[in-house]
Design a binder for this molecule. Structure first.
Ligand SMILES: Nc1nc2c(ncn2[C@@H]2O[C@H](COP(=O)(O)OP(=O)(O)OP(=O)(O)O)[C@@H](O)[C@H]2O)c(=O)[nH]1
Ligand SMILES: [Mg+2]
Length: 276
């Protein structure tokens, strides 16, 4: 039996969460066309006949010209240190910047257990400066091969999680993230990045659940947009979220959404509103 941790790294929007969801077979992390969708490191667990892989989906690497090295020395080294295998993902559908080239070279020199992965092979138009495994979650290209490669590199070990577990995150977290994901895809740029979503009440019964969520945004105007004309946006959001929650819990859900304004929520302790 093989068991190990696989850190999934790359720039924002590289396709990290999409890959983890695909391999795990569940919506563990939200995906959007916007950069910096993922805010927390999220575990996605994949079970095979003779292996268990714990993927660590990370927030996109955010570097500026000046702090590249600093970043390299701190965050990534930490992430790499805890991992048996590191996947570095880069977007195969666009040209790679010099910074990223330097970054990858640096990483290749510093650790041996890196697999370079070129994403979005289905819309590849540019030649990559690195020899990498080219994958696509749209047409499934090379995903079996990637999995095989990972398993080969994992140490022998016992699984840590039982077979039914596919993430370390709570149901509440997954539902809150779903709301954020829908907002990221449907609203103007700045608004969803200024939104936090928490569960303020969660009551689960044998055959149904009652869930209340607070959507906290930074401005009155944003609240109006999230709610929409005649409450239409909020209604659509509620419907999609309810379907997701019902699917997740396998039972009927009654869902209520409340939009609140707190212009400094980032500075506050949002657990006063609820939890994830
Ligand atoms: N065509 C195509 N699009 C993809 C593929 N993989 C991911 N995408 C798209 O790329 C965008 C970013 O995907 P994410 O999985 O959210 O990227 P991420 O690396 O997790 O991004 P952050 O969380 O912001 O760091 C989304 O619009 C995805 O649908 C792929 O194989 N092919
Ligand atoms: Mg992500």
């Amino acid at each position: 039996m093989k068991f190990g941790y696989v850190a999934v790294l790359g720039l924002p929007n590289a396709g990290k969460s999409s890959l983890v969801n695909y391999l795990v077979g569940e919506e563990v992390a939200i995906v959007s066309h916007r950069k910096q969708t993922t805010r927390n490191s999220i575990l996605g667990i994949k079970n095979g006949k003779d292996f268990q892989i714990v993927f660590v989906d990370t927030p996109g690497i955010h570097h500026s010209k000046n702090n590249l090295d600093k970043f390299m020395n701190k965050n990534v080294r930490n992430a790499i240190a805890g991992a048996d295998v590191v996947l570095y993902l880069f977007d195969g559908s666009k040209d790679m910047g010099e910074e990223e080239i330097a970054y990858i070279e640096n990483m290749k020199n510093k650790c041996e257990n890196v697999i370079l992965v070129e994403t979005k092979a289905d819309k590849k138009v540019v030649k990559s400066p690195f020899d990498a495994l080219s994958i696509s979650v749209v047409n499934g290209k090379n995903l079996d091969k990637l999995l095989e490669k990972i398993v080969k590199m994992l140490p022998v070990g016992k699984p840590l999680y039982d077979e039914d577990t596919y993430t370390d995150k709570s149901v509440a977290f997954l539902i809150c993230e779903k709301v954020r994901g829908i907002l990221l895809d449907s609203l103007d740029k700045e608004i969803p990045h200024g939104v936090a979503v928490v569960v303020s009440s969660f009551k689960e019964y044998e055959d149904m659940a009652k869930i209340e969520l607070d959507i906290i945004c930074e401005r009155d105007q944003h609240k109006g947009i999230i709610i929409g004309k005649g409450g239409q946006n909020l209604k659509n959001l509620g419907q999609k979220t309810r379907e997701f929650a019902e699917d997740l819990l396998g039972k009927k859900c009654v869902l209520k959404l409340f939009v609140k304004v707190d212009k400094d929520w980032r500075e506050h302790d949002i657990s006063t509103y609820g939890y994830q």
